[in-house]
Write a protein that binds this ligand. Structure first.
Ligand code: SAM
Ligand code: SF4
Length: 331
């Protein structure tokens, strides 16, 4: 059976799996007002066995990198076992997590032992009050301890994801950039994405294009583009002269990177999402664990991959591009 190459010639070697739709935080840009909690009326969450079966079939089709996300992946009781089992699948050479870091202090050593290679940690404010507001109740200290634990466990470079938002955290951009001077951290600013209708009002109020964020970063000093550094994904990287870490920019809305898209997503209830901004979904659970059927479904999903997505061009489709909220998709 073939590799995962879509009709536009893009080869897919990266799988992002949302392993749970629940979370221990309620970030307002991820969980909209009318939901109010990170466990809305959603469907089943995949079992460990289902996730392993899907990962095995994906590896047989050329997937080399798997990222576990959510919801909050560390809330799952079997997360260490999951990392361990995926890291033993032939062909998978990189297993990473996207997390809010709250439980990382406790789990980082066990995750590394299980085979975790990298971690991205979401942190949208360095101010305890603002952090609490954005996450609707979270404690900044816990995430900061998680970042220290990741550094100590050797998960370097630790990547920090910051969703940049007007009037919310744009006053903290310089402080975030300064973090990269003394620490081996990659601070990545991400544009706020209009995932569903429930985001319409606040997205209109808070969206900032990354060209503006980049301008704010440059107040600290000139940013040197790191041409040789691409990481694994869509970020453009820069360095403040002499800094230990890097500053990255991810602009899914204003400057899409669909031409280089090398990923497929699996929702927390086991559906392939061929594009983040697409209504199409392909159910893998109906394959009942049969490896050949799962592989066929992966191959069939490729015809639904657009190039490019239409979010920046078509305002009508902007808030109609997903049936789901972000915590089921995983970012
Ligand atoms: N709970 C984990 C975390 O926060 O890192 C993993 C799940 S979270 C859905 C994955 C990523 O999606 C995070 O970096 C988060 O900031 C980002 N995210 C969520 N909603 C977003 C939105 N509307 N626009 C841009 N990024 C978003
Ligand atoms: Fe939870 Fe992550 Fe969404 Fe925040 S961004 S509510 S931490 S899933």
């Amino acid at each position: 059976m073939g590799k995962l190459i879509d009709p536009y010639g893009r080869e897919i070697d990266y799988l992002r799996v949302s392993v749970i739709d629940k979370c221990n935080l309620k970030c307002f840009y991820c969980v909209p007002d009318d939901v109010g909690s990170c466990s809305p009326n959603v469907s089943e969450v995949m079992s460990l066995e289902e996730i392993i079966n899907i990962s095995k079939a994906a590896a047989a089709l050329g997937i080399k990198k798997v990222r576990l996300t959510g919801g909050e992946p560390l809330v799952r009781k079997d997360i260490v076992e999951m990392v361990s089992k995926i890291s033993q699948i032939e062909g998978i050479d990189d297993i990473s997590l996207t997390t809010n870091g709250v439980l990382l202090n406790k789990l980082a050593p066990a995750l590394v032992k299980a085979g975790l290679t990298r971690v991205n940690i979401s942190l949208d404010s360095l101010n305890p009050e603002n952090f609490k507001k954005i996450t609707r109740g979270g404690a900044l200290k816990k995430t900061q301890e998680g970042i220290q634990a990741a550094l100590k466990a050797g998960l370097t470079p630790v990547k920090i994801n910051v969703v940049a938002m007007k009037g919310i955290n744009d006053g903290e951009i310089e402080e975030f950039v300064k973090l990269t001077v003394e620490n081996d951290l990659h601070v990545r600013f991400i544009e706020y994405m209009p995932i569903s209708k429930s985001h319409q009002k606040q997205w209109g109020e808070c969206f900032i294009p990354l060209s503006e964020i980049q301008g704010l970063c440059e107040k600290i000093g000139p940013l040197e583009k790191q041409f040789s550094f691409h990481g694994n994904g869509p970020a453009d990287y820069y360095r403040i002269q002499g800094a230990k870490g890097l500053v990255g920019f991810i602009s899914p809305v204003s400057r899409h990177f669909c031409g280089q898209c090398n990923r497929l997503r699996i929702t927390s209830d086991g559906k392939i999402k061929p594009c983040l901004f697409s209504m199409d979904e392909i159910d893998l659970i109906e394959a009942g664990g049969d490896q050949e059927k799962i592989k066929q479904l992966f191959l069939q999903s490729l015809k639904f991959r657009p190039d490019p997505h239409q979010v920046d061009k078509n305002p009508d489709s902007r808030f109609n591009c997903s049936k789901r909220e972000m915590q089921q998709i995983g970012g």
